[in-house]
Ligand binder design. Structure first.
Ligand code: PLP
Length: 360
C-alpha cells in the first residue's frame, strides 16, 4: 500500500481505520452475506445503519430532539435551491452574507426563486475576511439569513457569533462540520456535503429544526425538494445513497472514538497553527486572510509567482503530498486539513515547505 497525504478540499483523505473497516465489511455486512452496496434500503440491516448513523451524529453533535437529520442527494448545491423553495414564497425576501464562492452561488440560486438579497459582502477585498453584519442590516421580513460557515476556497470561517436577531439562521458548514464545535442550537438549519469531513461524496447531511419545516410549500416544488416529504419518509422517499450513509456512520463513530468533536477541534487547531505559524514567519509563503477569520480546516497561501508555485507543487508531489493547488477562483495554494489528515501529514508538508524555501 502506498498512501500519500491528500490535501484535497473534497473529496478528501479519510482515516485509514475507517477505510479498513469498510474493506472488512464490504463483502459481507454484519453476517448478512451481502454488501451494503447490494442490500435493499428497506432491509432491517440497512435501516439499522441509517438509525445508527443518525444516533451517532446526534450524540457527537449534541443535536436536540426538535431537530431532524436528513441524508439527501445532489450535494450541498441542491440545498442552495431547496432552502428558498421550502422557506420562502415567490415574493418573499431572504438574506445572504456573501463571504466567498459558495456563499455567492447559494444566493444566485435563491434569486431564481424569490427576492434574495446580499446584506454583507467581502467580495471587494477578494473575500479575505468575514463581513460584519448587524441585525439592523437584515430586513425584518426576511424569511431567513443564510451564511457559509467555512469558506473552503478562501480559507475563512466564522470565529464569532452571528447576530441575526429573530431571523432564522441557516448555515452551510460543509467544510468544517465535525472538525470544530458548532452549537446546533445556534442555528435553525445546518447542512454539509459529506465529502470533506463526514464521508464520501454522494450525500448531503441536513440538520433542520422541525418547527421551521412547512407542509404547504408551492405546488411546483418537486417532491424530492420538500423537507416535509423527506422528513416524513426518513430520507427514503426514493432510494437513498446507502453506501455514502454507511460511510458517514463509520466516520461519525470514528470521531466519537477519538474523543468527539471538541477533541478533533483541538487536533485541527494544532495542525492549523503549526502551518499558519510557519507561513507567517517565512520569506516566501504568505497567507492573505484576516487573522481572526482564519479557517482551521482550509489553509490558503500564496507565493510570489506562478512559476514558483508550480515548482513547489512539483516538489510536494515528489514527496507524496498531493492536491495543494488552490481553487481556480482564488489561485495560489491551499492545504485542506480535515479530520482525516493526521498531524504527521502537516509536519511533512512543513518539512517540504522548508526545504523549498532553503533552496530559493
Ligand atoms: C462550503 C461549500 N458549500 C457547497 C459546496 C458545494 O458542494 P457539493 O459539491 O456537495 O454540491 C462546496 C464544495 O466544495 C463547499 O465547499
Amino acid at each position: 500500500m502506498n498512501r500519500v497525504y491528500n490535501f484535497s478540499a473534497g473529496p478528501s483523505q479519510m482515516p485509514l481505520e475507517v477505510l479498513k473497516r469498510a474493506q472488512e465489511e464490504i463483502f459481507d455486512y454484519a453476517g448478512t452475506g451481502t454488501s451494503i452496496m447490494e442490500m435493499s434500503h428497506r432491509s432491517p440491516a440497512f435501516m439499522n445503519v441509517l438509525k445508527e448513523t443518525k444516533d451517532t451524529l446526534r450524540r457527537i453533535m449534541e443535536i436536540p430532539d426538535d431537530y431532524e437529520i436528513l441524508f439527501l442527494q445532489g450535494g450541498a448545491t441542491t440545498q442552495f435551491s431547496m432552502i428558498p423553495m421550502n422557506f420562502a414564497d415567490r415574493k418573499d425576501t431572504v438574506a445572504y452574507i456573501d463571504s466567498g464562492r459558495f456563499a455567492s452561488l447559494s444566493c444566485k440560486e435563491a434569486k431564481r426563486w424569490c427576492n434574495a438579497i446580499t446584506v454583507a459582502s467581502s467580495k471587494d477585498d477578494g473575500y479575505s475576511h468575514i463581513p460584519e453584519v448587524k441585525p439592523s442590516d437584515i430586513p425584518s421580513d426576511a424569511k431567513y439569513l443564510h451564511i457559509t460557515g467555512n469558506n473552503t476556497v478562501y480559507g475563512t470561517t466564522y470565529n464569532r457569533p452571528i447576530e441575526h436577531g429573530n431571523i432564522p439562521l441557516i448555515a452551510d458548514w460543509s467544510s468544517a462540520i465535525l472538525g470544530k464545535w458548532i452549537d446546533v442550537k445556534d442555528y435553525d438549519m445546518i447542512y454539509a456535503g459529506a465529502q470533506k469531513n463526514m464521508g464520501p461524496a454522494g450525500v448531503c447531511v441536513v440538520i433542520i429544526k422541525k418547527s421551521l419545516v412547512k407542509d404547504n410549500i408551492d405546488d411546483v416544488v418537486p417532491t424530492m425538494y420538500s423537507y416535509a416529504k423527506q422528513i416524513e419518509s426518513d430520507s427514503m422517499y426514493n432510494t437513498p445513497p446507502c453506501w455514502s450513509i454507511y460511510m458517514c456512520g463509520l466516520m461519525a463513530k470514528w470521531v466519537e472514538d477519538q474523543g468527539g468533536i471538541r477533541a478533533m477541534e483541538e487536533i485541527n487547531r494544532k495542525k492549523a497553527s503549526m502551518l499558519y505559524d510557519y507561513i507567517d514567519n517565512s520569506r516566501i509563503y504568505r497567507n492573505n486572510v484576516n487573522r481572526s477569520d482564519r479557517s482551521i480546516t482550509n489553509v490558503t497561501f500564496v507565493m510570489e509567482s506562478e512559476e514558483m508555485t508550480a515548482d513547489f507543487l512539483k516538489l510536494c508531489k515528489e514527496n507524496g503530498l498531493i492536491n495543494l493547488k488552490g481553487h481556480k477562483a482564488a489561485g495560489g495554494l491551499r492545504a485542506s486539513i480535515y479530520n482525516g489528515m493526521p498531524v504527521e501529514g502537516v509536519e511533512k508538508l512543513i518539512e517540504v515547505m522548508k526545504e523549498f524555501e532553503r533552496n530559493v
